[in-house]
Design a protein around this ligand. Structure first.
Ligand SMILES: [Zn+2]
Length: 133
């Protein structure tokens, strides 16, 4: 706790050497890696993989969609939290465009993980069954 106080008082305490061996880079805001090596942080690596999955799904090769991948898990998480939602709301929730989301939903529906059903206000997407994670 005492260390945190010191860090708040002196901004230079936030600048450290990058943890990558022999990297001359400095870090900012207490991060463990320099900008060049930030991808080594687990959440940054995850973001990059998620980005790649979404990009591949938006391309022509639909076989690449992995119903167990990161994007798919984000979609299932969103449905778990919010229950049945419209595709529009779901797309916003998981930050995908509708077309890309649609491709994931097709894959997830085939995998038996989500269901689409008609409702008065339009289609709703929901979890098909309890998730086994
Ligand atoms: Zn570095």
């Amino acid at each position: 706790m005492r260390r945190a106080n010191v860090a708040v008082r002196s901004p230079e305490a936030h600048v450290r050497a990058c943890l990558v061996r022999d990297c001359p880079g400095a870090t900012s805001e207490g991060k463990p890696y320099c900008l060049e090596h930030l991808g080594l942080l687990p959440y940054v690596g995850r973001l990059a993989r998620r980005e790649r999955e979404a990009r591949e799904a938006a391309g022509r090769n639909r076989r690449r969609i992995d119903p167990r991948g990161i994007v798919a898990r984000d979609i299932l998480d969103e449905l778990e939290v919010h229950g049945d939602v419209t595709p529009r709301r779901l797309a916003q929730g998981v930050a995908l465009n509708r077309r890309t989301l649609g491709r994931f939903l097709v894959a997830l529906e085939k995998a038996g993980l989500v269901s689409l059903r008609a409702a008065r206000g339009g289609p709703l997407v929901g979890l098909r069954a309890a998730r086994v994670t």
